[in-house]
Ligand binder design. Structure first.
Ligand code: NDP
Length: 331
């Protein structure tokens, strides 16, 4: 089968398109014939070695990249119940989706409703479940609270805006261009701050009368983190969940006091997707939102599997707005 592998950590030029044997499912596992794989920043971190020592996602090379996909059940291993060949399924947080087939633990698979296209399902699992745990579990937003969402036109950002608005929050967001501001606003953001042009901390101050926001959903990292802390109101929460501009490597505890006795956490999606019920609960909410027309999943581009490096360059080059997918030959 075709697969995209990392043989050595490094840049997108290290992605190797190759033929490898089709794997067989073991006990409790399912072989999925993939139609689409999601492209996520975690794939970049796995490609360049940043996650080599991560407790939840630790990697060793060689590895087949990709943590998200959608397709149909191809074969089931011993002990798998409730799934049969041909069932439409989607998943995230199981490695190896940049390939024509992937082995996935059965408990991580969710059925895709008939009225949701496989590309939408592939597009919403990882970024959608991230938006869900951030707004519903980690910091369950309440009506009337204010939040700041960085990179609001990004994949996670777009879902976050919509889920935060659905919970009744006031949504301030940062974006890298006027076009991205239009996207963020069209999804319900109350404000879209062009953070390359203005000091976003000053704008947040102005927009909140100096009070600050209840929570910052901070995915940009190095370039914004310190200022994000000072966008918070007293005892607010900074959720540092991504490093799109580079890693935050140290935090001075005194900064948390100076910013107003604020809290900070650095979560992993995997720790909020620990059981089949937790996964199906989040995915079910998202699928229902899509079916009802309340949740828009925008697909930025769909690229052939063999051109995965192009997809990585686009993601790292800030050239995407919404979800990037890889397409397999699927009949
Ligand atoms: P995005 O679609 O949000 O793409 C990243 C965006 O970040 C860019 O489009 C860009 O938006 C912004 N950005 C700002 N500075 C830079 C920079 N120097 N280089 C590249 N991009 C920059 O990606 P995702 O939605 O897939 O993921 C967003 C973040 O969330 C990632 O860091 C990812 O690792 C993290 N994440 C974390 C999870 C967790 O549970 N901890 C789970 C899922 C994702 P703009 O042009 O508007 O500035």
């Amino acid at each position: 089968m075709r697969a995209v592998q990392v043989l050595e950590y490094g840049g997108s030029d290290r992605l190797t398109v190759t033929d490898i044997p089709r794997p067989d499912p073991g006990a409790g596992e399912v072989r999925v014939r993939l139609a689409f794989a999601g492209v996520n920043f975690i794939d970049v971190y796995m490609r360049n070695g940043m996650y080599a020592k991560n407790r939840a996602y630790g990697t060793t090379v060689p590895l087949t990249l990709g943590m998200e996909g959608a397709g149909v059940v191809d074969a089931v291993g011993d002990g798998v119940e409730g799934l049969t060949a041909g069932d439409r399924v989607a998943y995230c947080l199981s490695p190896g989706s940049y390939a024509e087939f992937a082995i996935v633990p059965a408990w991580k698979l969710v059925p895709v409703p008939d009225d949701v296209a496989l590309e939408k399902a592939a597009a919403l699992m990882l970024q959608g479940c991230t938006g869900h745990y951030l707004t519903h579990s980690l910091f369950p937003l309440e009506a009337g609270q204010a939040c700041l969402i960085h990179a609001g036109a990004g994949g996670v950002g777009q879902v976050l805006i919509q889920l935060a608005k659905a919970r009744g929050a006031r949504v301030l967001t940062t974006v890298g261009s006027p076009e991205k501001a239009d996207i963020a606003k069209s999804l319900g953001a109350d404000e879209a701050i062009l953070y390359k042009d203005v000091d976003f901390k000053q704008v947040v101050d102005d927009l909140t009368g100096g009070e600050g926001v209840h929570v910052v959903y901070e995915s940009v990292g190095k370039d914004t983190f310190e200022r994000s802390l000072f966008c918070l109101r007293h005892r607010g929460t900074c959720v540092l969940f991504g490093f799109s501009s580079g890693a935050v490597t140290s935090v001075n505890p005194q900064s948390l006091a100076e910013a107003g006795s604020v809290f900070m956490t650095r979560p992993n999606l995997a720790d909020y997707m620990t059981t089949a019920d937790e996964i199906s609960g989040r995915a079910g909410d998202l699928f229902r939102g899509v079916s009802a027309g309340n949740l828009q999943i925008n697909i930025s581009d769909i690229i052939d599997l063999d051109n995965a490096a192009t997809a990585h360059d686009a993601l790292e080059g800030r050239a995407t707005s919404g979800k990037l997918l890889l397409r397999m030959e699927f009949t």
